[in-house]
Design a binder for this molecule. Structure first.
Ligand SMILES: [Zn+2]
Length: 323
């Protein structure tokens, strides 16, 4: 089942069938009416696609067009980053897995190989960083923002002579609205701080990485860390943002290059009262980059920040002027 949003499917199917979006929608509604509304719009549009003869497996797709849930898709792309082969044990047997980033001029996607024949191509150096490959019969897993291309033993990967131009070099995290966030999304949100919780200070041993009260008994060392929780709002919804040490320092525009410098800056931050911290942050707008996770205890989504940048007020004025 394709997990793309209805809007995305609608656009894709209209493009592939040559029908207008309105016409495709009309067919979806007719299908639903015939089934007395027992089928969702997402389900009905896939039935319509099948009736229109649209089989995603016959089309070579751009990476940006790969939708979570698609099966047997074909793409051509350049391997821009190869990750090391990993081994893991399952049922007493050793398995291998390897992944790489595949790019074309539209987007970048992580590709995962499980099949021993495919992994052998990486081991013998045929498939490597910098080459262009054609992949057939692969499945798109994950959600829209965490999608990955998985090859099974039915999939094929081979070198391609196609010369791709304007290949993307960096994975862009898309800016989105808080109301549209899903668990496990990597995302960028632009939002205003509306609540600041008391910061939580703690110390860890740099060697054994464990929490310590003052210093580690074994290594006689400690690094000071902080966890700051905020509630931010972008007008569509609000969400709790968890800021560990580095992102917290970024909130205060403090630079620290090493863990030791970070530790010193956390000590300095400790001298501020919660009221002072609130006065500095409340009402300020930032761009938060990070990952969405589900807090299963509270059954809500949280945003774990890994990079925070203040929105430059002059840039904001420029954007408003353009509107
Ligand atoms: Zn230690």
């Amino acid at each position: 089942m394709i997990k793309a949003s209805y809007e995305e499917l609608l656009e894709r199917i209209a493009k592939l069938s040559g029908l207008s979006k309105e016409e495709v929608e009309k067919r979806v509604e007719a299908k639903r009416a015939r089934l007395s509304g027992l089928i969702s719009k997402e389900g009905a549009i896939q039935v319509v696609a099948a009736e229109l003869g649209i089989k995603f497996e016959n089309i070579k797709l751009k990476i940006a067009d790969l939708l979570a849930g698609m099966k047997r898709v074909n793409v051509i792309g350049k391997i821009i980053k190869m990750f090391p082969i990993k081994q893991f044990e399952r049922n007493g047997k050793t398995h291998k897995i390897v992944s790489f980033l595949l790019a074309d001029d539209s987007d970048i996607i992580r590709v995962v190989l499980w099949d021993t024949n495919h992994i052998a191509l990486v081991e013998n150096g045929k498939i490597k960083e910098g080459v262009t490959v054609e992949i057939t019969n692969a499945n798109v897993r994950g959600s829209e923002t965490t999608k990955e291309l998985h090859l099974t033993s039915y999939s094929n990967i081979e070198l391609s002579n196609v010369v791709l131009e304007n290949v993307k070099e960096k994975q862009e995290v898309k800016q989105t609205q808080i109301a549209k966030l899903n668990a496990n999304d990597r995302a960028k949100i632009r939002a205003v701080v509306v609540h600041v919780f008391d910061p939580f200070y703690f110390s860890i041993c740099p060697e054994c990485k464990k929490r310590v009260d003052s210093v580690c008994d074994v290594h006689n060392a400690a690094l000071h860390r902080v966890l700051l929780s905020l509630i931010v709002d972008d007008g569509t919804a609000n969400i709790r943002v968890l800021c560990f040490t580095r992102p917290t320092l970024e909130l205060f525009n403090i630079n620290a290059d090493t863990p030791e410098q970070e530790s010193k800056q956390v000590m300095a931050l400790r001298n501020k009262t919660t009221d002072e911290i609130k006065a500095e942050l409340l009402g300020k707008e930032f761009i938060f980059e990070g990952r969405v996770r589900k807090n299963t205890q509270l059954n809500v989504l949280e945003f774990v920040a890994n990079k925070i940048t203040a929105v430059d007020p002059s840039q904001l004025v420029e954007e408003l002027a353009k509107m």
